[in-house]
Design a protein around this ligand. Sequence first.
Ligand code: SF4
Length: 401
Amino acid sequence: MSTLLNETSTFVEPAASPLLLLGQGRDLASERGVECTGALPAASDPDLVERARAARAALGDRAFVLGHHYQRDEVIDFADVTGDSFKLAQRAAARPEAEFVIFCGVHFMAESADILTTDAQQVVLPDMAAGCSMADMAEIGQVEEAWAVLEDAGIAGDTVPVTYMNSTAAIKAFTGRHGGTVCTSSNAQVALRWAFDKVGGVDGTGKVLFMPDQHLGRNTAVLQLGMSLDDCVVFDPRKPGGGLTAQELRDARMILWRGHCSVHGRFSQRNVDDVRAKVPGVNVLVHPECKHEVVTAADMVGSTEYIIKALEAAEPGSSWAIGTELNLVRRVARAHPDKQVHYLDSTVCFCSTMNRIDLPHLVWAMESLVEGRVVNRIVVDADDAHWARVALDQMLALPGI
Ligand code: SF4
């Protein structure tokens, strides 16, 4: 152990660091998991790409590697398919012959893949610390307490829970048990309309409890369902009663969970104003996880798949400022050298948890599988898997999906 030199020049042992080396060790209080076994290759290993190629070739059709749009290029290079979280889980389910599904994404995505794949398939997340800060903002105990608050206010029977794909399997299961549905950023409008129709329609008095992304819920309700901002309240799980009175809950139509994406939540209206001032004629295209002020100031709003298609359809020479995760924007810019693609805010960083999956972790996971060791397997318990599947199937049964 190294030592520190203090002001009086005596040597003192340092206090144990609360920090863990990246990818090594575990802190169950703050992370989900299981440590790498110490055999994690060094990022500086000059043979890393070759090791990845060799392990991938050795696994062959036994493995199916999924790469979320927000993953690093070094990981995407080894993905058999790229896409958003739901598309990837569906693609894994369509490959039942693949014994191992290596999910290069974050924890809730691997859970969804486990729910949708067969029992014979094993889903592996190369780094268990790849969580999602938004999904972690709605913990199942908090949601059950919130539902009890709605029951006390006399409105639970008139409320349909809807959860965004970016939530834990336990929250999806809660939604299934209570007659709700899952949604993605592409079908949130249809999902919300379906939910309101269950309790008297959009113009009635029924309510939706929307988790965990307040921004997607608010943007969809106001911009696509024609509700007003006054119809929305924010339920803060850290405050007694969600920080709301029973009357405020009764008067609301959209009860928004206090959660957000730490990447998309950083864009501001000022970013939009600045890019418009600097780039005349720029098209501002943002993800619906952005704040309401950003979405209303933008020209276009849509999911990651929508953003990719919008750039494919754009006129050569056109200018774009995109508000979503940086890995995706950089790849879109590279794919369209005939268009000017700007990042909406040059200070916004990558999704730090998505970036936990790097080539060393992917190599470690694949080499372990080649050696017959299944590491970092994601398994959703059977009851939660059943009810989460009910909620996911409900989403698939929505009109037009
Ligand atoms: S970009 Fe946001 S929603 Fe997506 S994984 Fe990262 S924190 Fe979660």
